[in-house]
Design a protein around this ligand. Structure first.
Ligand SMILES: Nc1nc2c(ncn2[C@@H]2O[C@H](COP(=O)(O)OP(=O)(O)OP(=O)(O)O)[C@@H](O)[C@H]2O)c(=O)[nH]1
Ligand SMILES: [Mg+2]
Length: 327
């Protein structure tokens, strides 16, 4: 039986030949394996690739020695929060980054397009949120540094493809990967379990413009809408992308408060961004720790009942509050 390999396979093979580092070579062999159609005609090729992967891995282990930790991608956090777009191949992660920020990632109609993380800043009202596009999550395409990126994000956004029948499997693959990394949904946290990292997770069901999306969306909702914030839409509709921005902001569970100097109007351009549930003292601390230490009282303007009253350090903050600190 002929192997009938798709063009991406040959493209990956070409990159494999040109790859410099062992890690790169391993990751490209894994990519070739993932792309390869799985049938009798490719059995031998698959076995051969697996053997090469395991051999290179052994060599890499030996080279590494016991103490070298390789972290090729540290993505410095910028803006109010860092949001990581994750998901199976070809679901539209890079398209979303491109729609919501000024970044120009590579977008292609075939899987395994993205190989490097790429960041972009999403403007939402008066703040900026950093989005990170990542390579796809797939069983046979293991990116060693993807876990590190996932673990550093403030919010993980699972991007799913409503154009495909396996909508539940797509989410399961993501959850499986997270489990492997010992990352669990923050909203399902009961007690602090040792070694588990809790993360906020939201779902974007993308490609809603395609046929049969309605059925798939309702299946997805049935299984996951109770567990995670879920939004559906299409990169092709700009109003969907606007709603998506808001949903990402909401899923982050943050609030914005503003500060003012006595006798002057508040500075409404540069909010202090805090976790939901923060107190007056947290806002003061985020400006300067000495400031928090010396704080005598604070005046607050906000919802109807607060029109400049004095409040204590332990007063809970709400979105849009304006604070005037007195030291
Ligand atoms: N019809 C439709 N196509 C979309 C939508 N979003 C993305 N696509 C297409 O889906 C394909 C894959 O998009 P990418 O953004 O490259 O997907 P990805 O998740 O980054 O893919 P990998 O990097 O391979 O994991 C491209 O052909 C896009 O144009 C959408 O909302 N509707
Ligand atoms: Mg991509």
């Amino acid at each position: 039986m002929p192997a009938n390999l798709p063009p991406q396979y040959y493209e990956a093979e070409r990159r494999y030949r040109e790859a410099g580092s062992l890690e790169e070579k391993i990751s490209l062999l894994q990519e070739m394996l993932a792309i390869m159609p799985k049938h009798k005609g490719t059995d031998k090729l698959q076995a051969d690739l697996r053997a090469r992967i395991s051999k290179l891995k052994k060599t890499a282990e030996k080279k590494k020695g016991p103490h070298r930790s390789s972290q090729p991608y540290q993505i410095p956090k910028e803006g109010a929060a860092q949001v990581i777009l994750i998901g199976p191949p070809n679901t539209g992660k890079s398209s979303i980054l491109s729609a919501l920020t000024r970044a120009s990632p590579e977008i292609a109609p075939y899987p395994f397009t993205t190989h490097q993380p790429l960041v972009g800043m999403m403007e939402y009202e008066d703040i900026k949120i950093q989005l990170v596009d990542t390579p796809p999550i797939a069983e046979e395409f293991v990116i060693p540094w993807l876990g590190e990126i996932i673990k550093k994000g403030n919010l993980l956004v699972a991007v799913l493809d409503l154009g495909r029948d396996d909508i539940l499997e797509q989410m399961e693959a993501i959850l499986e990967k997270l489990k492997e990394l010992k990352v669990e949904p923050e909203n399902e946290k009961k007690d602090d379990e040792k070694g588990i990292l809790y993360k906020k997770i939201a779902i974007i069901a993308n490609k809603q413009d395609l046929d049969a999306e309605q059925v798939r969306l309702s299946i997805l909702k049935e299984f996951y809408a109770q567990r995670f914030p879920l939004i559906s839409g299409s990169v092709k509709f700009s109003q969907d992308m606007e709603k998506l921005k808001e949903k990402i902001y909401k899923a982050l569970d943050i609030i914005r408060v503003y500060t003012k100097v006595p006798g002057q109007p508040p500075d409404m351009r540069d909010p202090v961004v805090l976790k939901k549930g923060s107190l007056v003292i947290d806002a003061a601390r985020s400006i300067h720790k000495d400031f928090a230490h010396n704080l005598r009282y604070t005046r607050i303007w906000g919802s109807d009942e607060f029109k400049g009253q004095k409040v204590e350090k332990g007063h809970p903050l709400e979105e849009g509050d304006i604070l005037e600190f007195h030291i």
